[in-house]
Design a protein around this ligand. Structure first.
Ligand SMILES: NC(=O)c1ccc[n+]([C@@H]2O[C@H](COP(=O)([O-])OP(=O)(O)OC[C@H]3O[C@@H](n4cnc5c(N)ncnc54)[C@H](OP(=O)(O)O)[C@@H]3O)[C@@H](O)[C@H]2O)c1
Length: 242
């Protein structure tokens, strides 16, 4: 049995990742900070005969994270796949972005990733081939932001969000290096993924791609073979520029 946990999986990209992992026969713990929303999403996937189980999980709440660690330890004794998908978008104009906007964004998008990952390391270490996928964003690429002709040079509201996602790609690199250095974690692979611009509540469904299309790269990185990459940043087309 292979067991995966997807955070923020009651809708949007996370729900599609849960669906596609379930379609591969992986038992999916569908994380949702709201119990009812999680149960509803899981019921939808269970109705498709997928092995999906809702778990209440707020990535900003250490107690909630600990409860999930205990549940996974008690029921399965290990965790094969962790998808850090939960994320928020707070997007005032760059020069109006406050410290509070930054704190709130980083609390979920960055500190949440560290809280969940760190708490689950012992259970992931027990898996034969642990895989962690951190959902970043194309906006995390410095190359795509830097200079007057860059793709996002004229995106006026990306300060908090893009900075938080750049932190996600960097902490992914740092985790990959740390795993390589430690014998007990040397079998881990951790990578960042970006789904591209997909239609979800996060962007009032303005993205041209579907969550199902966005989920593909996440699922690929969550099920990497032994010779797969470690510490990278990928979309459907391959490695993004940093
Ligand atoms: N949409 C895009 O074009 C796009 C592009 C690149 C990257 N992404 C990334 O993809 C990921 C999923 O976003 P999405 O587009 O699917 O947006 P979404 O539909 O708004 O889904 C976000 C999910 O994260 C959950 N969440 C937020 N804060 C949480 C917390 N503290 N604890 C646990 N769950 C929390 C939400 O739960 P509630 O339902 O309770 O709010 C929801 O399930 C995010 O990391 C986002 O930054 C999205």
């Amino acid at each position: 049995m292979t067991v995966a946990l997807v955070t923020g999986a009651n809708k949007g990209l996370g729900k599609e990742v849960a669906r596609q992992l379930g379609e591969r026969g992986i038992t999916v713990l569908l994380g949702s900070r709201n119990r009812e929303r999680g149960e509803r999403a899981a019921a939808e996937l269970v109705a498709e005969s997928l092995p999906v189980i809702p778990v209440e999980l707020d990535v900003t709440d250490a107690g909630s994270v600990e409860a999930v660690v205990e549940l996974v330890a008690h029921r399965y004794g290990l965790l094969d796949v962790l998808v850090n998908n939960a994320g928020i978008l707070i997007n005032p104009l760059a020069l109006d972005t406050s410290t509070e906007d930054m704190r709130a964004t980083f609390e979920t998008n960055v500190f949440g990733v560290v809280t969940v990952t760190r708490a689950l390391l012992p259970l992931l270490a027990k898996a034969a081939a642990p895989r962690i996928v951190n959902v970043a964003s194309t906006t995390a690429s410095s190359t795509y932001n830097n200079g007057p002709d860059a793709r996002f040079a004229n995106a006026p509201r990306n300060l908090a969000y893009a900075s938080s996602k750049a932190a996600v790609t960097m902490l992914t690199v740092q985790y990959a290096n740390a795993f390589r250095r430690a014998e007990e974690f040397a079998h881990f692979k951790v990578n960042s993924a970006t789904p591209g611009h997909i239609a979800t509540d996060l962007n009032e469904h303005r993205g041209p791609r579907t969550p199902a299309q966005g989920a593909r790269i996440v699922v690929e990185l969550a099920t990497l073979p032994e010779d797969g990459p470690n510490g990278g940043f990928f979309n459907d087309d391959g490695h993004l520029p940093w």
